[in-house]
Design a binder for this molecule. Structure first.
Ligand code: ADP
Length: 540
């Protein structure tokens, strides 16, 4: 027998309708490129999201066609978050920090038809525009203008009549948004989120034991809206009607601290590198910023070090909430609150727990697959973390690559090596992915190795992550030269600079006689990581 509950579909139009009905006067604030503030209300936001949906509907696109964005966190990007899916199209957020090759590949592979691009990113276009086939490129600018040859987003909106918008009835499993992961060995792969996944992710994120976001909150996502939907915060905030503060392109500690203080932000979120900068600034000027409203700084994307969690608490009375997630998990998987079982634990123990990646969110299930079956939940046995749940990907978009990430019984293999303790706290120990995470952005070690090995003097190269305080990890090149060949660190790094973004270049190259190998002849990265774990270039 089926239940007789109505089959109300969980969709973004329903979320927008709720915001329109209930939160009209609430504020949304954006820091513009010139640092001035743009302020409007949810009512304005809904009106403009509807206009966008109407305008996109008149472009002759087909259902589920992709509309890409290359933009910072601002109100126009937020309009796209809703206007695109409410037009029956798929919002495809793209990371502007990728190389031109990856940008061209992703836009082409996703089949993007329209691109909305931030005025501050227009210069990127030159590097890939002739390699992609887009029907329209609209520029999101503060004054509504667009450079020659491009169309204006503001003009697109001004030509649309929001009265023509009708809330559509989509199936909740229709695609709403997509985001590409960084390639490990292969190309980037697309995670495609359904309306239902985003709605459930938003509801669960708002739970007290997850991010605990409510109408009274003032939420400032520092994590870019091109990183897995800014961890879903624009959706979650809109669902509950929280005031939103969007920092635009200004991610320097001073601007962020000004926003936190002036807008009385209660919840903010970003990668450890950002908070490292904020911590330094606060240490330099204790008491300079009035942060008494701030009740949680959600840190994720890379491990939040225990020292940082302590420093914020002890020196500034600020609370870090450590969270773990992935592009394939929309992204929130686990959040680290100290549970009541630990009420009597000593303070040191509580800090140690808070540096773990936390307990899985509601309906997210975890298990760790070890060499001999699933690892016990004893806080010591290690295995690769597998997850399943209503907002975990079941496949990648339009590719056979990566199908081995999805198990036959419906779990996703994360590539994170973890322990799980008796209370269900997950702690990441290592990573199977051949990637380096620097300041929240991935660097492909394989791509750097291939480029190094294309240099005449190089016989073999391995690139590994070495821990670094500010960036979390930085790439180190380990190189074996061909017999009799000579080259320098500077030469190899400038060789790499021809094909890789500057921020992704190794800080140093170590020349060695031999690189250790696994039985199958691959570089034994684990051994190299161990050898260089305390490495700093200055020590050479
Ligand atoms: P995002 O855009 O959120 O960084 P990705 O899919 O690119 O998402 O990266 C996910 C990976 O980042 C995880 O598999 C894990 O390796 C790493 N990661 C995310 N959060 C944490 C965390 N809190 N601690 C350690 N590593 C993390």
């Amino acid at each position: 027998m089926k239940g007789l509950t109505s089959d109300y579909q969980l969709t973004l139009p329903a979320m927008l309708r709720r915001a329109e009905a209930l939160y009209g006067p609430k504020e949304i604030v954006t820091r513009r490129p010139d640092k001035s503030f743009h302020r409007y209300t949810y009512a304005d936001f809904v009106r403009r999201a509807k206009k966008l949906a109407v305008a996109l509907g008149e472009l002759g696109l087909e259902k589920s066609d992709r509309v890409a964005t290359l933009a910072w966190n601002n109100h126009q990007h937020l309009e796209a978050y809703f206007g695109v899916p409410c037009a029956g199209l798929v919002l495809h957020t793209i990371n502007p920090r990728l190389s031109a090759d990856d940008l061209a590949y992703i836009i082409d592979h996703a089949g993007d038809r329209v691109l909305l691009i931030d005025e501050t990113m227009v210069k990127l276009l030159a590097s890939f525009r002739d390699r992609v086939d887009l029907d329209h490129i609209y520029v999101l600018s503060a004054d509504g203008s667009a450079p020659e040859g491009l169309e204006s987003y503001e003009e697109l909106l001004s030509g649309a009549d929001e009265e023509r918008f009708e809330y559509p009835d989509f199936a909740e499993d229709d695609a709403a948004a997509m985001c590409y992961t960084s390639g490990t060995t292969g190309r980037p792969k697309g995670a495609l989120y359904s309306h239902r996944a985003i709605c459930l992710h938003s509801m669960a994120s708002a739970m007290t034991d997850m991010l605990g976001i409510a109408e009274r909150d003032v939420v400032m996502p520092i994590v870019p809206m091109f990183h897995v939907n800014a961890w879903g915060l624009p959706f979650t905030s809109t669902l509950v009607g929280a005031k939103q503060v969007l920092p635009g392109p200004h991610l320097d500690p001073e601007s962020l601290l000004e926003n936190l203080a002036n807008e009385k932000v209660t919840i903010t979120a970003g990668v450890p590198t950002i908070f490292f900068g904020i911590l330094n600034k606060l240490d330099e000027n204790p008491g300079a910023y009035q942060l008494s409203s701030l009740r949680a700084m959600i840190i994720g994307g890379s491990a939040a070090p225990e020292g940082m969690i302590r420093a914020f608490a002890e020196r500034h009375g600020l609370h870090v909430l450590h969270a773990w997630g992935m592009t394939e998990t929309t992204p929130l998987g686990s959040v680290c609150h100290v549970s009541s079982q630990l009420d009597d634990a000593p303070e040191d123990e509580r800090y140690r727990v808070r540096a773990k990646q936390g307990i899985p969110g509601a309906f997210i299930e975890v298990r760790a697959r070890g060499d001999e079956g699933f690892a016990a939940w004893d806080g010591e046995s290690m295995g690769e973390l597998e997850v399943r749940g209503p907002w975990v990907s079941g496949a990648y978009f339009n590719t056979e690559e990566g199908t081995d990430k999805f198990t036959e019984d419906g779990w996703f293999r994360t590539g994170d090596i973890v322990t799980i303790d008796e209370n269900g706290y997950v702690e990441i120990q290592d990573r199977t992915k051949d990637l380096i995470k620097s300041g929240g952005e991935w660097i492909s070690s394989v791509a750097l190795e291939n480029s190094l090995m294309s240099h005449d003097a190089v016989a073999e190269a391995a690139v590994i992550a070495v821990p670094e305080e500010q960036w979390g990890e930085r790439p180190l090149g380990v190189v074996v030269l061909k017999e009799g060949a000579e080259t320098t660190e500077e030469d190899l790094i400038s060789h790499l600079a021809a094909h890789h973004p500057k921020w992704s270049l190794p800080d140093a190259i170590e020349f060695v006689d031999e690189i250790p190998h696994t039985a199958t002849g691959k570089a034994l990265k684990m051994a190299l990581r161990e050898r260089y774990k305390d490495y700093t270039p200055a020590e050479r």
